[in-house]
Ligand binder design. Structure first.
Ligand code: NAP
Ligand code: MN
Length: 261
């Protein structure tokens, strides 16, 4: 088996990486950052987003494992205390895989066409001036949005920015994506639905930017580096992000542990 690691830049995560490297290599695994079977993220949920962004061109092949070295997260399954159990299970190949839906983002505008994948969400916003966006669902006009911005999130991203915006928490087995508003203006001229919308997997939405001063587009923790975006199409990607599961850790238990108890 081939593996690669992505770590948060701190001494603790580096030490955990060394332990994982030593154990797996002694067990006959090979470190290969170009074509790994397993990508091990060591850090927090943000580190897992980095791992996803680095390896999302190999989604059909790669399986992610996330170890946390900070507070308990959503993608991170394993604590440092459980590391020996994880390494034993990895060497024994005792795992199942679970796939999380991924958002596909296609953009066009002043700097040409480009596309991204997101594990958490896309956001489009302008903090200084209001954006005006025509929102189409499956090619049909739905509403004209005016306000700070919009967030389009995956189910696994629904506990991130989406939740802060009042979006629903969606189980990652549900093949859907949702759109939430960031401070919409509602008056006699502009009217938006005002509530989060959930789309099923065959649907797509188009965001046609009618007016903006300088739009900021983010995907996961990254910022698209062009201010002249004109249109954005979002839908679910044909591949999911595959996570190797070595033990049960139900989603609603994570939600409870993170937000309630
Ligand atoms: P960050 O500023 O460190 O992340 C903000 C927090 O969100 C961190 O506590 C992070 O966990 C957590 N997080 C990331 N993905 C999550 C998920 N799917 N469910 C629940 N919590 C999640 O930046 P980052 O670590 O690079 O993460 C980027 C993400 O931050 C974005 O994708 C977005 O979801 C989120 N964000 C939230 C807001 C907001 O709520 N107002 C604003 C901007 C961005 P770790 O500490 O374990 O990394
Ligand atoms: Mn973080």
């Amino acid at each position: 088996m081939r593996f690669a690691t992505i770590i948060r830049a701190d001494d603790h995560s580096e030490a955990i990486k060394q332990k994982i490297m030593t154990t797996l290599v002694e067990g006959g695994w090979e470190y290969d950052e170009h074509r790994p079977d397993f990508v091990i993220s060591i850090g927090g949920d943000g580190t897992m987003l980095q791992a996803f962004q680095q390896y999302n061109y190999q989604l059909h092949h790669v399986k992610f494992i996330a170890v946390h070295t900070g507070s308990l997260g959503f993608y991170t399954d394993w604590t440092v205390e459980e590391l020996d159990d994880l390494l034993t299970a990895m060497l024994a190949k005792h795992y199942t895989t679970v796939g999380f839906p991924v958002l596909e983002i296609m953009m066009d505008g002043g700097c040409g066409a480009c596309s991204y994948l997101a594990l958490n969400e896309l956001t489009i916003s302008d903090p200084a001036k209001t954006l005006k966006i025509d929102v189409k669902i499956d090619g049909e006009h739905f509403e004209t949005f005016r306000g700070t911005g919009l967030c389009i999130s995956t189910p696994s991203g629904s506990t991130g920015y989406n939740k802060s915006l009042g979006g629903a928490v969606i189980h990652p087995r549900v093949e859907a994506f949702q759109m939430t508003e960031i401070a919409s203006i509602n008056n006699k001229v502009y009217r938006t639905i005002g509530s989060p919308l959930v789309f099923y997997k065959k649907q797509y939405i188009d965001l046609d930017i009618q007016y903006s001063n300088s739009v900021t587009v983010t995907y996961d923790h990254l910022v698209h580096d062009c201010l002249a975006v004109a249109t954005i199409r979002c839908r679910l990607h044909r591949h999911k992000a595959q996570f190797a599961r070595f033990k049960k850790r139900p989603f609603w238990e994570r939600v409870n542990n993170s937000f309630i108890e």
